[in-house]
Write a protein that binds this ligand. Structure first.
Ligand code: CUA
Length: 339
């Protein structure tokens, strides 16, 4: 019966969360901690239900006692005598001291065990290790030999879940990295290195979110984790390692891109563009979204973005470069070759 109640509560919460508008990340399930796909997220959900159960039970007992007192101990009409007063009852005082202490002790021990299980100070065997840098307002994923933005790809093997071990750093202010289906939430703090262990047991696209207010576009600092079969992942990674293709057909757009301030912030490996302030564009078109998940990466959206990002993501660090419509078309034609 308890399991039935838990399942019911799960589905109620899932449908409540599903009514929140789609974040713009294509075909992704809604971010929810109630549908865990790995060991750390399982642990967190188990502790959550234990807490909800115990606190709910206490609430019910207190409510029942209040109703009992209100209904059974009501002052009869015409009776204005004071009821018997109880002073210094040792059994009662012991009960309301010892029982809460025991409950707090149990909750403390369960939480402490959960925290020790989840907080790993070194990567588990075979874990995929990625350095994550929080920027206003996008996430950089540095795999060592290449870097990408907004989308973290990880391999999935059939026989066992994939461990992901992240090193978290910030380029500016405090952010917080949160993938509710894969594990816990960890703050990303300037001048400090934090670590986060996540686990994913089945292929799919998972979404998460910056969970620490970091300015204007905090709400649009989205994270996508693409967990894909190992062969697919290896193909993706091999493509990411390549330098950008040099397509003569889009030389005009490339020329505009390289002579504009784009290159001070963006990197396109294989060209002089080597900025690190903004996302690496070497394989821009391999990403499903632009603006850290705010819009699908379609030709129209890309044009609108290059024309003036402030229309799409007001307050973001990328200004309009004041290009003409023709120049925007040429630059986008070039960007679209960065596959
Ligand atoms: Cu980054 Cu909120």
């Amino acid at each position: 019966m308890l399991i039935g109640m838990v399942n019911f509560a799960n589905s109620m919460l899932a449908s409540l969360i599903a009514s929140i508008p789609d974040p713009g990340i294509p075909s992704a399930p809604t971010p929810t901690m109630f549908n865990p796909v790995g060991a750390p997220a399982d642990t967190i959900l188990d502790i959550t239900w234990l807490l909800v159960g115990i606190c709910g039970l206490i609430g019910l007992v207190v409510l029942a006692m209040i109703f009992f007192a209100v209904i059974r101990c009501r002052q009869p009409k015409g009776d204005d005598t004071e009821p018997a007063q109880v002073y210094g009852s040792n059994p009662i005082e012991l009960a309301w001291t010892v029982i809460p202490l025991l409950i707090v002790f149990v909750l403390f021990m369960v939480s402490a065990r959960g925290i020790f299980d989840i907080e790993k100070t070194s990567p588990p065997d075979g874990a995929i290790e990625v350095r994550v840098i929080g920027h206003r307002w996008w996430w950089e994923f540095d795999y060592g030999d290449f870097a990408t933005a907004a989308e973290l790809h990880v391999p999935i093997d059939e026989d066992k879940p994939t461990d992901i071990y992240l090193t978290l750093e910030s380029a500016d202010v405090i952010h917080s990295f949160w993938m509710p289906q894969l594990g816990g939430k960890t703050d990303v703090i300037p001048n400090r290195i934090n670590h986060l262990w996540l686990q994913v047991a089945k292929a799919g696209t998972y979404v998460g979110q910056c969970a620490e207010y970091c300015g204007n576009q905090h709400a649009n600092m989205l994270i996508t984790v693409v967990a894909q079969p190992r062969a697919e992942y290896e193909a993706w990674a091999a493509n990411q390692r390549r330098e950008a293709v040099d397509d003569r057909a889009v030389a005009a757009g490339k020329h505009i891109f390289l002579r504009t301030a784009c290159i001070n912030c963006h990197t396109v490996r294989g060209t002089v563009a080597n900025g690190t302030f903004a996302p690496d564009l070497t394989h821009l078109m391999s990403r499903d979204t632009i603006g850290s998940g705010i819009a699908r990466n379609t030709p129209n959206n890309l044009r609108a973005w290059v024309w003036d990002p402030q229309n799409i993501k007001p307050g973001c660090e990328m200004p309009s470069m004041k290009l003409t419509r023709e120049e925007v078309d040429l630059v986008c034609a070039y960007l679209e070759t960065l596959r």
